[in-house]
Design a protein around this ligand. Structure first.
Ligand SMILES: Nc1ncnc2c1ncn2[C@@H]1O[C@H](COP(=O)(O)OP(=O)(O)O)[C@@H](O)[C@H]1O
Ligand SMILES: O=P(O)(O)OC[C@H](O)CO
Length: 498
């Protein structure tokens, strides 16, 4: 039997490769950051060629570290930052523009025009999404409208579109396979999540030729094989899922009602809703959790754009910390924020508010506010955002949440996890492995190739590190939440009001 499954985890700020064994242990790992490009205020881009070369570099490094070859690897699973949009020339394999990143707000006005034209209900009905610059469709349209010659080339069938997993699979197979998995397709705002097909009415509305779109496929299936020259021989590419769905899978949220929150660059709460696409009345998204064989599982999702990124901001822009982990000690060194409330609306507000014009703010500063209070207010903002999502989810599903599993880089922070329990009133379960995104991608690929036999085989690998129980009075919780709600209200529409 082959020894490992290899997961590619192409996140917003870095690409990772992790080799897993049958017990779900990390055997080798490598990671590298790549360039963030900010051409204008509110715009965010990546270089797709850099993403490709960094991803292959870390894969080779992870293999080299344990001296393994392609013969040891049963399958590759890919997980990725979702929505980020790449368009490339089918003949040359060269992107015609930088990847437009999920955080990018450049299509806010066009999204307003769609809303004003009364398209909200139709789009929500079919795609499960709200109209927002976050999703791929308007980014793809922007490239076709603004890159010289793009429309003509697209009309001639010379351009291809993909989210990042599509781009990586196309490159790994030297242009032979052009597919997207259902979870990524579900984030484009062009995909009908009920029929599992591209939606012709939306494509026509946005003037997007279907010929440039990849074929939608399940999340666990052999899509093709790596070109032999990349790793010295062929490896099956057998699983793909957007990073939040992969994390839901990796955290073993296999049953209806299971819920998780990931604290990466952004923050994402997903609840498995089984074979039922639940329509949200509270600003959440209806999305696909995964497709395995001919079965699709759905999820409700609350997406917040800034979570760990706010901690990075403390480090990179304010310079008041040297590394993210320091914030735990700083936050615990003070008994409260001394009245400060931080709203991390750097790129607008996501769920449940969906306001691209909001911007970040700190309220309640006084002469005595110090950097520990600020750090604590930043960490608390992650908890408040999660509370907003948990409430919306409970209301959409008609149940209250009792337990939330957590993962992502910032889940290591005990202050965040503890405050999260206090403010949501839920048990917060931190698994032994908080890198569950890549593990989920590995599981999806390993299931398709028989490395793991079935879900029960996978469940045996799950281990809990710690459970954080709520320890805050109802009264105090309500006071904190109403202060937060007031602060959010004041950031809304900020750049429109100027
Ligand atoms: N101990 C910590 N405390 C607070 N934030 C942290 C900690 N460790 C990492 N982070 C934050 O988590 C984020 C990285 O998480 P990760 O899951 O690797 O993100 P992504 O997959 O989005 O690149 C960064 O924004 C970082 O600032
Ligand atoms: O890079 P992450 O982990 O913050 O995830 C990005 C999301 O997939 C965006 O929807």
């Amino acid at each position: 039997m082959k020894k490992y499954v290899m997961a590619f985890d192409e996140g917003t700020t870095s690409a990772r490769c992790v080799l897993y064994d049958r017990e779900g242990n990390t055997v080798s790992t490598a990671q590298k950051e790549f360039k963030q490009i900010f051409p204008q205020n509110g715009w965010v881009e990546h270089d797709p060629m850099e993403i490709w070369s960094v991803q292959i570099g870390v894969a080779q490094e992870a293999m080299y570290k344990i001296n393994c070859t392609f013969k040891d690897i049963a399958a590759i699973g890919i997980t990725n930052q979702r929505e980020t949009t790449v368009v490339w020339d089918k003949n040359t394999g060269v992107p015609i523009y930088n990847a437009i990143v999920w955080q990018c707000r450049r299509t806010a006005e066009y999204c307003d025009s769609l809303k004003n034209a009364g398209k909200t209900d139709m789009i929500k009905e079919k795609t499960g999404l709200l109209i927002d610059p976050y999703f791929s469709a308007t980014k793809l349209r922007w490239i076709l409208e603004n890159v010289h010659g793009a429309r003509e080339k697209a009309a001639k069938g010379e351009l291809l579109f993909g989210t990042i997993e599509t781009w990586l699979i196309w490159k790994l197979t030297s242009g032979r396979v052009h597919v997207t998995d259902y979870t990524n397709a579900a984030r484009t705002m062009m995909f009908d999540i009920h029929s599992l097909k591209w939606d012709k009415e939306i494509l026509e509305l946005l003037n997007i030729p279907e010929s440039m779109l990849p074929q939608p496929v399940p999340s666990s299936s052999v899509y093709g094989f790596t070109d032999a020259h990349i790793f010295g021989g062929k490896i099956p590419i057998a699983g793909a899922a957007g990073d939040q769905q992969a994390s839901l899978f990796g955290l073993n949220c296999f049953d209806e009602g299971d819920c998780k929150m990931t604290y990466g660059t952004g923050g994402f709460m997903l609840m498995n809703t089984g074979n039922r696409p639940v329509k949200s009345e509270n600003g959440l998204l209806t999305t696909i959790a995964w497709g395995i064989e001919d079965k699709v599982n759905y999820a409700l999702e609350g997406s917040v754009f800034v979570a760990g990124a706010a901690v990075q901001w403390l480090r990179d822009e304010l310079g008041i910390i040297k590394n993210s982990a320091e914030t735990e000690k700083m936050a615990m060194s003070v008994s409260d924020t001394n009245g400060a409330v931080f709203v991390p609306a750097f790129t607008g507000l996501g769920a449940p508010y969906w306001d691209p014009y909001a911007r970040g703010a700190i309220f309640g500063l006084s002469r005595g506010t110090n950097k520990n209070h600020i750090a604590r207010a930043v960490l608390e903002s992650l908890g408040y955002q999660t509370k907003n999502l948990a409430e919306a989810m409970a209301s959409d599903c008609g149940t209250s949440l009792k337990k939330i599993k957590i993962d992502g880089g910032a889940a290591a922070n005990n202050f965040i996890a503890g405050f999260q329990a206090d403010i949501t009133g839920c048990d917060i379960v931190r698994p032994a492995c908080i890198e569950t995104t890549s593990l989920g991608a590995a599981y999806l690929a390993g299931l398709a190739t028989g490395y793991w036999k079935n879900i029960d085989d996978i469940k045996e690998n799950f281990a809990v590190d710690r459970v954080f129980h709520p320890n805050m009075s109802e009264d105090e919780r309500n006071k904190c939440i109403s202060k937060w709600n007031e602060a959010v209200k004041r950031t809304k529409g900020w750049i429109k009001s100027l």
